[in-house]
Design a protein around this ligand. Structure first.
Ligand SMILES: NC(=O)c1ccc[n+]([C@@H]2O[C@H](COP(=O)([O-])OP(=O)(O)OC[C@H]3O[C@@H](n4cnc5c(N)ncnc54)[C@H](O)[C@@H]3O)[C@@H](O)[C@H]2O)c1
Length: 307
C-alpha cells in the first residue's frame, strides 16, 4: 500500500482514478481547487488548494508525506479558455506541482499528458509518418492545449535531468476517457453520449476514434507506479483501449476525416485502433480490460432484464 497524492482528484478522470487506486488498497489524497461530494471520493482525504501557487503547493505536498504523486490538474479541454490562459495555466501547474513534488521529496512522480500532442486535427492538415500512432510518432501540437501537454512531458524529462534516478518519473497520454456512468448513457467530455459518438463518426474523428475506460486508466496508473523503479526513467506511455471507438474499420474512416492518410491508414483493418498501447503492455504488463462492444452489450442486457 502506498500513500498517493492525486492532483485534480475531483475532476472527471480524477474521481475514477482516486476510486480505482483506493480500491487497490492505496491511501489516496485528492489535491484540487474544489472538494467533491461524488460517491467515488467517499472516505477519501481531500485538500482544497490552488495548485498554481508554487510555495503553498510545495508545502502542502511536503505535509502530505506521500510515496507517489499523480498530476492531473489542468484545463483539460482545448479552446475551453483563451489560448494564453491554457498555456500559462497548464505549464504553470506543471512547474508548481511537479517541481513541488521534487522539493517535497516524493520519490515517484507521474503526470497526465494527452494524445493531442501529436497534432491531429490541425487546420493546415495532418498526415502522420505511419499508423498506428505510438510514442515514437513526432509530436506536432497545433494549439495551446497540445503544446501545454508537451511542456508537461518535457518538464518530467527536465526534472529527471536535475534529480537523476533518485526520483522516478513518467508521463502518460490517456485517450478519450469514458467513465462507467458514460457507458450507461451519461454525456462524455464533449457533450455527446458514447452511442452518439459511435453513430456519427464525425463526433469521434477529432480524437482519431481513440478512447479508454477510466477504470483501465486507474489500473494502468497503479501498475505504472509499481513498475517505475524497474523501467527506464521518465518514459511516456499511451493509455488506449485495444480497439477503436468506431463501427467501421479505421482504414475507411480515417482518410475520410484526415485527407492524405489513405496509404498510412490502410493497415488499420478490422477493429484496430489508431493508437498503439503496445509499449504499456510490453514495459508494464498492463492490458485494458474494457471495450465498448462489451460495455454497451452489458448495459443493453441490464436494460432488457429491468424492462
Ligand atoms: N478526460 C480525458 O478524456 C483526458 C484525455 C487525455 C488527457 N486528459 C488529462 O487528464 C487530466 C484530467 O482530465 P479531466 O478530464 O479529469 O479534467 P477535469 O477538468 O474534469 O479535471 C481537472 C481538475 O483539475 C482541477 N484544477 C484545475 N486547475 C487547478 C488549480 N489551479 N488548482 C487546483 N485544482 C485545479 C479542477 O478543479 C478539476 O477538478 C488533465 O490533465 C487532462 O488534460 C484527460
Amino acid at each position: 500500500m502506498s500513500r498517493i497524492v492525486v492532483t485534480g482528484g475531483a475532476g472527471r478522470l480524477g474521481r475514477s482514478l482516486v476510486a480505482g487506486l483506493a480500491a487497490r488498497g492505496h491511501e489516496v489524497v485528492s489535491f484540487d481547487r474544489d472538494t467533491s461530494a461524488a460517491p467515488e471520493l467517499d472516505g477519501v482525504e481531500q485538500v482544497a488548494i490552488d495548485l498554481s501557487d508554487a510555495d503553498t503547493t510545495a508545502s502542502a505536498l511536503r505535509d502530505a508525506r506521500a510515496d507517489a504523486l499523480v498530476h492531473l490538474a489542468a484545463i483539460a479541454v482545448p479552446f475551453s479558455a483563451p489560448e494564453d490562459v491554457i498555456l500559462r495555466t497548464n505549464s504553470g501547474l506543471a512547474a508548481s506541482v511537479l517541481g513541488g513534488g521534487v522539493t517535497a521529496g516524493i520519490p515517484k512522480i507521474v503526470a497526465a499528458s494527452s494524445p493531442t500532442v501529436l497534432g491531429y486535427g490541425a487546420p493546415a492538415g495532418w498526415v502522420p509518418e505511419r499508423f498506428p500512432l505510438d510514442e515514437e510518432t513526432t509530436p506536432r501540437p497545433w494549439n495551446a492545449y497540445g503544446l501545454s501537454k508537451l511542456v508537461i512531458e518535457q518538464s518530467i524529462r527536465m526534472l529527471q535531468r536535475q534529480t537523476g534516478d533518485a526520483v522516478r518519473y513518467a508521463a502518460f497520454r490517456p485517450c478519450y476517457v469514458i467513465a462507467p456512468e458514460e457507458w450507461a448513457g451519461a454525456v462524455t467530455q464533449q457533450g455527446h453520449t458514447v452511442r452518439e459518438r459511435l453513430d456519427d463518426p464525425a463526433l469521434s474523428a477529432p480524437a482519431v476514434f481513440n478512447y479508454v475506460d477510466a477504470r483501465d486508466v486507474a489500473a494502468f496508473t497503479d501498475r505504472l507506479l509499481e513498475a517505475l523503479p524497474g523501467i527506464p526513467n521518465a518514459e511516456t506511455f499511451f493509455v488506449s483501449a485495444d480497439d477503436a471507438l468506431a463501427r467501421l474499420p479505421l482504414a475507411e474512416l480515417v482518410p475520410r476525416f484526415f485527407p492524405g492518410t489513405e496509404e498510412a491508414a490502410s493497415v488499420l483493418t478490422g477493429t484496430a485502433p489508431a493508437f498503439s498501447n503496445a509499449k504499456a503492455k510490453r514495459l508494464l504488463g498492463w492490458t485494458p480490460a474494457h471495450d465498448w462492444r462489451t460495455e454497451l452489450a452489458r448495459i443493453d442486457t441490464r436494460t432488457d432484464v429491468t424492462a
